[in-house]
Design a protein around this ligand. Structure first.
Ligand SMILES: Nc1ncnc2c1ncn2[C@@H]1O[C@H](COP(=O)(O)OP(=O)(O)OP(=O)(O)O)[C@@H](O)[C@H]1O
Ligand SMILES: [Mg+2]
Length: 446
């Protein structure tokens, strides 16, 4: 049987197909032909490794259907496979199975724990949290002795922007070299993409490129040039590890301490916050635990508190009465020794205010800091705050999905609600600063 596949890879796609690294990410600009290449890569692996168990993931089933499955059905000759519409897999004639699956969040990813996958393809890798992809990577093994492979495609931006950039792009010097992941021993590669790589698109739809060229500057950088140094969609673009994350230190007894929390059975996020004489806030302790009923949550908080707390702050919905018991969550906290104060819950105003608190400035020692900093033991707040995205429907608000990202930042928002950002302390008065500046200038001139 002589079957021709109607696919002529462009130069970048060819590099992607030729890549022998265990993990390869093909990413950057829009429209370069990444999704198409992922599908064809799946076909090539599937044909080469008869009987393989393969998975292609995307964020939603609609996206899978509109892109990946459509691409598969358009480009892969019908003689090579049969498609199971109800179970969403393609069975190749050699016994290989390619399953089309979606993972919207971590819980979906966890559902795959324990499976064996010879080949994993993730289209739009930056739409996923690192831990979701780690679950998938833990499934990457081949009982039949094939070479397990992970292949991802992506654009800059999205909740996974930072970790993809760190693990695949920066780690490989923007695709210049392959690197070995010290934990798994897997070889990683990155293949940068540009829209101009896609000859077919350039020929058939030149207006597409013009639309990209007319985007606002940061989106243009990301989607046209595949620039990873922007962070489209990140709400707290001002958050920087080197500015906002500090080492723990001995907090003076005189500083007032607060505790702000967000409570649900799915997650208790509680933060101990100290405020210095200039009203600068230091988030210094974190409790981040799921599955606690209210009395257990109160017990856990009390167990971690040996300082005097001036105020315990919580969102207003904790005062809603439970229909069965007639009691509110706030009352049950009270019964268990924690008397909560009600915070304002105006989301947009709260996020704007938090942006003010996070705005970097230079302190008296000329090092960059902000009105709110976090000690490095508050791991979940540090992880989630920079991942928050703009809400697509209301760009002033923070997206409420993935929900897991919102607990820590919400608690901090309750703390700063109605608390104006302190005035930035001035550095030793104007005259001296002017002289310093002149001195600096004269050095440059000399
Ligand atoms: N080598 C090729 N031969 C034929 N058509 C191609 C080729 N590469 C890409 N295409 C077509 O170009 C269009 C854009 O490609 P594709 O969707 O793969 O780009 P992408 O990089 O995934 O875009 P996005 O960044 O928007 O996800 C699709 O219609 C695809 O079928
Ligand atoms: Mg794509």
């Amino acid at each position: 049987m002589d079957i021709t596949v109607q696919y002529e890879p462009n130069a970048k796609q060819a590099t992607f197909h030729a890549c022998s690294a265990d993990e390869a990410v093909y990413g950057g600009a829009k429209g370069g032909g990444k999704s198409c290449a992922l599908v064809m890569e799946a076909l090539a692996y599937g044909l080469e490794n008869a009987g393989a168990e393969m998975y292609i993931f995307r964020e939603t089933y609609d996206d899978l259907e509109a892109n990946i499955i459509r691409e598969w059905k358009e480009k892969v000759p019908r003689e090579l496979y049969s498609y199971n519409e109800s179970k969403h897999f393609a069975a190749l004639i050699n016994g290989t199975v390619v399953k089309f699956r979606y993972i919207r969040n971590y819980a979906d990813a966890e559902g795959y724990q324990g499976r064996s996958m010879d080949w994993i393809g993730v289209d739009e890798l930056t739409k996923h949290e690192k831990r979701s992809i780690q679950v998938l990577l833990s499934c990457l093994r081949s009982p039949k002795g094939f070479k397990p492979r992970f292949r991802g495609t992506c654009n800059p931006g999205g909740i996974g922007h930072s970790w993809v950039k760190e693990d695949y792009i920066e780690a490989t010097g923007y695709g210049v070299k392959e690197m070995i992941d010290p934990v798994t021993g897997n070889k990683r590669a990155f293949i940068p993409a540009k829209v101009y790589d896609n000859d077919v698109l350039m020929k058939n739809d030149p207006a597409y490129v013009r639309r990209l060229e007319n985007l606002p500057e940061d989106q243009k950088k990301a989607f046209l040039y595949g620039d990873w140094d922007i962070f489209t969609g990140q709400y707290f673009g001002e958050f920087r590890r080197d500015i906002h994350v500090i080492d723990p230190f001995v907090i003076p007894d005189s500083w007032r301490r607060y505790l702000a929390l967000d409570y649900g059975l799915d997650m208790l996020a509680a933060y101990w916050i100290a405020v210095d004489d200039h009203q600068k806030a230091y988030v210094y302790k974190e409790l981040y635990q799921s599955g606690l009923i209210v009395s257990q949550a109160a017990e856990a908080i009390i167990g971690m508190t040996n300082e005097t707390i001036y105020q315990y702050i919580a969102p207003p919905d904790l005062w809603n009465k439970n229909r069965d018991t007639g009691k509110s969550t706030a009352e049950i906290f009270g019964d268990n020794g924690i008397w909560l104060a009600q915070a304002d819950n105006n989301r947009v105003q709260g996020w704007y205010n938090l942006k003010e608190w996070l705005k970097p400035y230079e302190d008296e020692q000329e090092s960059k800091t902000a009105s709110l900093v976090v000690t490095n033991n508050c791991a979940n707040l540090i992880r989630t705050l920079p991942q928050l995205q703009y809400d697509e429907k209301n760009p002033n608000d923070v997206a409420t999905e993935p929900h897991e990202l919102t607990h820590g930042p919400d608690a901090i928002r309750y703390f700063i609600a109605g608390r104006p950002c302190p005035k930035i302390p001035q550095k030793n008065g104007q005259p001296k600063r002017l002289i310093d500046q002149l001195k600096k200038k004269s050095k440059v001139i000399m």
